[in-house]
Design a protein around this ligand. Structure first.
Ligand SMILES: [Mn+2]
Length: 326
């Protein structure tokens, strides 16, 4: 089935007159790497495909091959000629629906992903839950169609694979991840560029904010769990962006043997975002129960209209505001 779908996607890509790619709302190494690798494949067939991103590409990813093809211009969807939409690493069908409803025609939607919570919203759904990254699914696309990815495409794919496996260290690291990594190196992926993109990019201010989060770690011994908290004030007073402090949950997951961890962070629009990681628990179910999503071992959700408060004893908690009534 997977091979059949890869060949079907190949045909759709080559037949499309006006394709558009969508990278997941949450921009990371995997969502960008997978979409840019296929954008590179399309360029080798003379087609420059726009890659829609919900917000500007964070600085650390701006050197990825073809990152210049990313656009935040939502008006690109207002084109009746669009006949194919390919969505990468995105389990949120509402995000995709809001973009697709802007297209005056009825394009074919291809959904390429590996999230356990993906609802299979496309006409063609290449959702491989066992895959370590969407980039591994896209690598399989190349392989099953007997195409050798270019050096640039391989570098994009290795970026996503390293991102989602935290450089082959977390629970998503399996035989397929290591085998795919090795094949990408043989295709000429630039591993030092990937390591630089992933790790050598933290500003000192961002580390200070991480420091606040590390200081505030609370232990829940009975559940073998830790939690920590970051407010808007922490982020804004240190002049860092949310992108810059992303990666804290992966870092904690890498350096502790605590089973489950949760990071609560106030968002710019008045909500609280919860990121969870676990070594043994299915946190995707917890996330789903709260309207979020993700993977079995890495998932998250948003508590709407909420703030974080620290009481006199230094204990942190989430305060949900009642919805304003008109
Ligand atoms: Mn992913």
């Amino acid at each position: 089935m997977e091979s059949y779908l890869h060949r079907q996607i190949h045909d759709l890509l080559l037949k499309a007159h006006k394709p558009v790619f969508i990278s997941d709302e949450r921009i990371d190494g995997d969502s960008l790497g997978s979409s840019l690798a296929l954008a590179d494949f399309m360029a080798s067939h003379g087609k420059v495909v726009p890659v829609y991103v919900a917000s500007p590409v964070p600085e650390q990813y701006q050197r990825l091959p073809r990152a210049y093809q990313c656009t935040t211009d939502i008006q690109i969807f207002e084109n009746p000629e669009i006949d194919l939409v390919v969505v990468f690493d995105c389990s949120d069908d509402q995000f995709v629906a809001r973009l697709i409803e802007r297209i005056p025609g009825s394009p074919i939607v291809v959904n390429i992903d590996h999230h356990a919570t993906n609802s299979r919203y496309g006409h063609v759904n290449q959702v491989i839950v066992g895959a370590p990254a969407t980039c591994a699914v896209v690598y399989q696309f190349f392989e099953e169609n007997q195409i050798i990815p270019s050096r640039d495409a391989a570098t994009c794919l290795l970026t996503g694979l390293c991102f989602d496996t935290t450089a082959f260290s977390n629970g998503a690291t399996d035989e397929r991840a290591l085998a795919t990594g090795s094949k990408l190196l043989l295709c000429g992926a630039r591993v030092q560029d990937v390591i630089h993109t992933m790790f050598h990019n933290r500003s000192i201010s961002a580390l200070r904010v991480w420091g606040l989060a590390l200081e505030r770690i609370e232990e829940h011994t009975a559940q073998n769990m830790i939690s920590t908290y970051l407010t808007r004030k922490d982020i804004e007073e240190n002049n860092v962006t949310d992108d810059e402090i992303d990666g804290l949950s992966n870092f904690l997951n890498l350096v502790t043997d605590i089973d489950t961890l949760r990071i609560f962070r106030e968002t710019v629009d008045g909500h609280v975002k919860v990121s969870m990681r676990s070594l043994t628990q299915d946190v995707s179910q917890v996330a789903k129960a709260h309207g979020g999503g993700g993977h079995i071992r890495a998932a998250g959700y948003v508590i709407m209209n909420a703030t974080l408060v620290c009481d006199a004893r230094g204990c942190w908690g989430v305060v949900e505001q009642a919805q304003k009534t008109v």
